[in-house]
Design a protein around this ligand. Sequence first.
Ligand SMILES: [Zn+2]
Length: 173
Amino acid sequence: MGQQHQHGRKVVDHRPQPERRDRLIQEKEHDPYKPSLKPADPGVCTICHAVYEEGRWHWGARPAAASDTVCQACQRIRDHIPAGILTMDGAFVRTHRAELLAQVRHQETLESSEHPLNRIMDIRDTSDGMTVTTTDLHLPRRVAEALRSHHHGEVTWQYDDDDYFLRVHWQAD
Ligand SMILES: [Zn+2]
């Protein structure tokens, strides 16, 4: 778990049911990354071809009047600035790497089919398991909860309010 700072940027509490942070994430539906590049509506991302229309991103045909833009997910990928990270630790992670990777990718497919800007950026092996970085705040929790429901273990998470950044940790049994 993180450190406690009374006056620092991060204030981490250790309550078992973090409703307040849940609410914060719900309220931050719109990624503030590079707000100056707010897309034209309708617009189409020139990199991933996601469509921005009536204020939201979806997959679909290019609208007739669409302008070219670059979505925040593609900007984050290009700039190497993730919004979330999932750390998976434990001997189980090392011995079940392929199976876990397939589950991680499956959850990404489900999430990004509905939310085009929620994607995996990078997957890396670590000395104690794996890390997955994402373009959004939702995917790390979704993956971690899916892993817990399949394999048990423990999920903890910490939201960094100032930086729009979420760290999720899954400790395998
Ligand atoms: Zn894009």
